[in-house]
Write a protein that binds this ligand. Structure first.
Ligand SMILES: [Zn+2]
Length: 169
């Protein structure tokens, strides 16, 4: 049984409903939104319009739409930032590092010298954070990093505009 995180209200439903400035791209089934924690400048997530928690809850139409939207986001990020690589990942359940109970597929432009490591951040810092395998992801060890990568709203707004201007037609 996959154990889900609790976040009430759901920050991604709030973003979809009340924070249009976070939205980079949209389709019938998805929204692409900027991540308020910019471990890498431009990192964003493709989310479902429906409030569903994990990969296992998706319809086939949503699955296809998510990958199409992720590709569009990756193309825009490459045009905008010329990254060395693009990392995509997605977490299902608290034991995988999921922190919001609303499906989201990360799309991250990787640059040299970032405060990240290889792989998703909660795994990249696994040993350094003192976590034990098979445990719930705790953010305690991440507090300083999370503070460092939280950027002001006006900066996020500019980032969204830049990426949006580079989306494929
Ligand atoms: Zn939600």
């Amino acid at each position: 049984m996959i154990q889900l995180p609790v976040r009430d209200p759901c920050d991604l439903c709030v973003a979809a409903r009340d924070e249009p400035w976070k939205i980079i791209d949209e389709s019938a089934h998805t929204l692409t939104v900027i991540n308020p924690w910019q471990f890498e400048t431009g990192q964003c997530c493709v989310i479902t319009r429906r409030h569903v928690a994990t990969l296992l809850d998706l319809s086939d139409e949503e699955c296809a739409a998510i990958m199409t939207s992720a590709k569009r986001a990756a193309e825009a990020l490459v045009r905008t930032y010329r990254p060395l690589g693009v990392l995509t990942f997605q977490n299902n359940g608290v034991y995988s590092g999921q922190e919001t109970p609303h499906f989201h597929f990360h799309v991250v432009p990787r640059q040299p010298g970032s405060d990240w490591g290889i792989g998703p951040p909660q795994l990249a810092t696994f040993d350094g954070a003192g976590r034990e395998r098979g445990t719930v992801h705790e953010r305690d060890g991440d507090a300083e990093r999370m503070t460092r990568v939280r950027v002001p709203v006006d900066q996020l707004v500019e980032t969204v505009k830049r990426i949006r201007s580079n989306l494929p037609a």
